[in-house]
Design a protein around this ligand. Structure first.
Ligand SMILES: *Cc1c(COP(=O)(O)O)cnc(C)c1O
Ligand SMILES: [Zn+2]
Length: 423
């Protein structure tokens, strides 16, 4: 049973069937999946969801697949953790970490979009899948394609972190490294999808792919005990996840699964690539493309496909945006590690650093519920934090050497760490 009606243009409302297309032929606007919410009423409920598997597929009634899931049977349903020590450090009352750094199998939020896109690709009869990626998407597409037995081509900028490249190669896809940045890679992929007729998950399957991101928001609401947080901070790269978290909240409100508490959402970007936050601060939804220069490579998209919809969503709900410098990103990665035992990549450091700024500027009140979206794992991007960590000098395997080191460390104790971002 599927509640999908078909595709509908977000701009002019032109409708199409369930087809592997992403651009409206009438106005060139983006297609989005349309559902029959009236038919869902009373059938998609807390109880129906709770009966589902402990994966993102527990929300399948709200996802655009018609048959059984074909991959990702262990993806999603990642922890939502109460971050008490971090909350104390930041001086806020109720802070939560939605932690996709442990998403299975490739440790990022991308398992969500890819599980849906590859299932859909199989339903459409594609036998080759691919993507344009800043790394995490490539890892996830390669892994899920291997699981589903599809041929796979991933296209990435040439200068990604080792962990991201190895983390794709190991699954046996064709990895094509391209001289240029993500925006160049993406442009090429559009031509490849047209010419070769492949399922490029974030190009021609984009309407289905992006729907998978809603599961991040569904999980937050369910794991909070079927309520919405008042404030959600989410990173922005191409602009998929933020509007889709908000869409998830809206769908749950519409289906009377949660109460409407007028949730607000905030966009986080690196200062070295913040076209969307710049537009939000200027009070516009016109995005000026940028040339990225930041350690937060996974979210370094200078010309975000859905940046416009991030602005719209943020402005509609009364949210805001912030950006963080590379130094602030590294400090936030270390802060999250030190207070909560979670190791995130620079995207998560960006989100936390921006959340801190939003709290300090009073945009997010200290006594309201806050969710910080952690979307990727730090073990894939060791290069980013390594220079900011002290490896120490090796010692002899003698107790005297250990005790001497201990004395030296105690002597250093008052020269505490560099001050953390605004703490
Ligand atoms: C892809 C990605 C995002 C968000 O990207 P959107 O295109 O805006 O959905 C955030 N964090 C990480 C780690 C990612 O890989
Ligand atoms: Zn249109």
């Amino acid at each position: 049973m599927s509640f999908v009606r078909g595709l509908k243009c977000k701009e002019c409302g032109h409708r199409a069937g369930v087809v592997p297309e992403h651009v409206c032929p009438e106005c060139f606007g983006p297609f989005e999946v349309e559902y029959d919410y009236d038919a869902m009423m009373g059938r998609v409920t807390r109880a129906s969801i709770e009966r589902g598997p402990r994966s993102l597929w527990r929300y399948r009634d709200l996802l655009p697949i018609s048959g059984e899931p074909r991959c990702g049977s262990h993806s999603g349903f990642t922890p939502l953790r109460r971050a008490k020590r971090l909350a104390a450090e930041l001086g806020v009352k109720e802070l939560w970490i939605k932690d996709d750094s442990c998403n299975y199998p490739t440790f990022s939020y991308k398992e969500r979009v890819v599980s849906v896109a590859i299932t859909k690709a199989i339903e459409f009869g594609f036998d080759v899948v691919g993507c344009a990626s800043t790394g995490n998407l490539a890892n996830s597409v390669a892994a899920h394609a291997a699981e589903a037995g599809l041929r796979c081509y991933v296209m990435i900028p040439h200068d990604l972190e080792q962990g991201k490249v190895v983390g794709s190669l190991v699954f046996g896809p064709t990895v094509v490294r391209i001289k240029g940045n993500y925006d160049d890679v993406n442009r090429l992929c559009t031509e490849i999808a047209d010419k070769h007729g492949w399922a490029i998950v974030n190009v021609n399957l984009r309407p289905y792919y992006t729907e998978g991101a809603k599961t991040f928001g569904f999980e937050i609401a369910e794991q909070l005990g079927w309520r919405l947080p008042q404030h959600t901070v989410a990173p922005t790269a191409g602009g998929t996840i933020l509007p889709k978290i908000f869409k998830a909240y809206e769908e749950f409100i519409r289906l009377q699964i949660v109460d409407d508490n007028k949730p607000r959402i905030y966009s986080a970007q690196a200062a070295g690539c913040n076209p969307v936050v710049t537009a939000i601060h200027a009070g516009t939804d016109i995005i000026e493309p940028q040339k990225p220069r930041t350690i937060a490579k996974s979210i370094a998209i200078g010309n975000p496909a859905d940046g416009y919809y991030v602005c719209q969503t943020v402005q509609k709900c009364g949210g805001w945006g912030e950006s963080a410098t590379d130094a602030e990103i590294i400090d936030a990665i270390k802060l999250l590690g030190r207070t909560e035992g979670t190791f995130t990549e620079p995207a998560g450091g960006t989100t936390l650093a921006c959340a801190i700024k939003l709290i300090q500027s009073g945009r997010i009140p200290r006594d309201e519920s806050i969710v910080v979206s952690i979307t990727g794992n730090g073990l894939k991007t060791i290069e980013a934090v390594e220079p900011a960590l002290d490896f120490g000098t090796p010692i002899d395997s003698k107790l005297t050497a250990f005790d001497a080191l201990l004395e030296e460390i105690k002597g250093r104790a008052d020269i505490e760490e560099r001050p953390l971002v605004g703490v």
